[in-house]
Design a protein around this ligand. Structure first.
Ligand code: SF4
Length: 499
């Protein structure tokens, strides 16, 4: 029997092939940590949002294997509705194999209203498609749906001493958008039935739908047929332009190099290096003048931050970037030893005052500080300065003295084939130091990138002491490698500028 849910409907809404691959070949999807983080965040936000409606009953039932027992959830929902419960969370319904659980079903005069909770801060068309599917199921189940609403986070909310969930969430009436979406529901469900009956994957080519509303997890599979590298790999190329060239049969670099469609010098160099064995492209003059702007004592700074949907500390907003850690390598004088300082806050406590004070202790005024892609570090320091006016002068002095170490690479003064047109430190480092075990992020224990760091840090407070200790060590090692990487890049720049 055909069995469908609102999450499957949303896959179908994005791309029929995505639905087919999810059902028949989920193994083709790489593991996505960010997805699990989004899922956990969504669950936390959903639990919190239930409280804004006052008293409620939550529908929950599990099978012995731990999966949801939809049959029992539907029965419980009927029971609560019969009893006249005003707010039912996870209210479950099924109509001819079309299942849905409504985040909050609210009794109104003459029927019920649907409230869909999202951890996002704005209305996205896919949310309205999701609600339209729910409305379709409920109406066919015989319920009069009197309203459709999106409950999402208000990012203008600034937390006080206590969290005010009535201010954290905003309720948006999406009746008009849902009304427009209703016409798509039945045709999409019928098409989904056909997709499920297909023995081979639907013949759908890549396009803008691979990124909207979400970046598709099956991109690697669908892009397998493309040459590698290809037009989509060109540094910051406009996606529509790349798609147009691809559709004209100009995806591979050899064709593009001779065709004249690409005129951007950085793109031309990227393609030339990809198709031929070229020596490193080094502009000694520009590298030398960049290096002459760096003076001793010289500091190398990198932050780690967290972004919480629900603000944990007074004075913070939803999704605010909050720095909780930094690593700082430094050299006091030319030829002097490489020294290191670091800071890692205590999980569960507001780290901002402590990190701001330690920055001022660790970095004197008027010294040269480097950061890689400095906009990020400068933004965080600016925010700390705004929050702590007594430290603002020192913090802003640090910020004003930051030099961006990405400049020689992004400006094209140092390029090699392995960079592949990407200038993030995680690409440039192995491009200049291939096979160096000291600089291998994969060799680190537990934490290998910023996403892992920002995910694990807020969870540390709930870990047993021994696990906390290991996690602290892993966080420190990860951030330390970031600034060591910057030191190595700086040394490499010095070396090549002298050759
Ligand atoms: S990568 Fe694009 S074409 Fe392939 S399944 Fe995903 S959305 Fe569909």
């Amino acid at each position: 029997m055909f069995y469908f849910s609102k999450s499957k409907y949303c896959l179908m809404w994005q791309c029929p092939k995505l639905l087919w691959l999810s059902k028949f070949h989920p193994e083709l999807k790489p593991e996505d940590q960010a997805l699990q983080v989004r899922f956990d965040t969504g669950n936390d936000v959903g639990d919190l949002a239930m409280g804004i409606f006052g008293d409620y009953k939550e529908v929950a039932a599990l099978k012995p294997d731990g999966s949801q027992d939809h049959g029992e959830m539907i029965r419980l929902t009927g029971e609560y509705m019969e009893k006249g419960v005003d707010n039912i969370c996870e209210a479950s319904f099924s109509y001819k194999g079309l299942y849905c659980a409504v985040d909050v079903l609210r009794k109104t005069s003459g029927g019920y209203a649907i409230y869909e909770v999202k951890s996002s801060t704005d209305v996205k068309p896919v949310y309205c498609a999701d609600i339209a599917y729910q409305k379709y199921v409920l109406e066919h189940f015989g319920i009069n749906v009197t309203g459709t609403y999106l409950v999402c986070i208000d990012n203008s909310y600034v937390r006080g001493e206590e969290l005010d969930i009535h201010k954290l969430f905003q309720i948006i009436d999406v009746s008009d958008e849902v009304k427009d979406e209703m016409q798509n529901v039945e045709p999409l469900i019928k098409k989904a039935e056909q997709v499920y009956a297909m023995k081979t994957e639907p013949d759908i080519d890549i396009g803008g739908h691979c990124f909207e509303p979400y970046e598709c997890a099956f991109r690697c599979h669908c892009e397998e047929k493309l040459p590698h590298p290809n037009v989509f790999d060109l540094y910051r190329i406009n996606y529509d332009k790349a798609l147009e060239l691809y559709r004209q049969g100009k995806a591979d670099f050899k064709t593009l190099l001779h065709d004249g469609s690409i005129t951007n010098p950085k793109h031309l160099r990227q393609m030339l290096y990809a198709v031929s064995d070229q020596p490193d492209d080094i502009d000694k003059g520009n590298i030398k003048s960049f290096l002459s702007t760096l003076t001793y004592p010289l500091y190398f700074l990198d932050f780690e931050t967290m972004q919480l949907a629900v603000p944990q500390f007074p004075g913070t907003k939803p999704y605010q970037q909050i720095p909780f850690q930094y690593s700082l390598h430094y050299i006091e004088r030319e030829g002097g030893p490489l020294l290191h300082k670091e800071f890692l806050a205590e999980s569960g406590k507001d780290p901002r005052r402590a990190i701001a004070e330690r920055l001022c202790e660790d970095i004197p005024k008027d010294v040269c500080v480097t950061a890689y892609n400095k906009t990020f570090e400068c933004g965080r320091i600016n925010e700390l300065a705004e929050t702590f006016p007594d430290l603002a002068e020192h913090l802003l002095n640090i910020k004003d003295n930051i030099v961006d170490l990405i400049v020689p690479f992004r400006s094209g003064w140092y390029y090699n084939r392995a960079m592949g047109g990407n200038f993030s430190i995680k690409t440039v480092l192995p491009a200049l130091f291939p096979n160096d075990p000291e600089l291998d992020y994969h060799a680190l224990e537990g934490i290998h990138n910023g996403t892992e760091a920002m995910t694990i840090f807020p969870q540390m407070q709930f870990m047993p002491p021994e696990e906390q200790q290991i996690t602290r060590h892993n966080l420190l090692e990860y951030c330390k490698l970031d600034t060591l990487a910057m030191v190595k890049l700086w040394e490499k720049l010095k070396e090549v500028s002298k050759q």
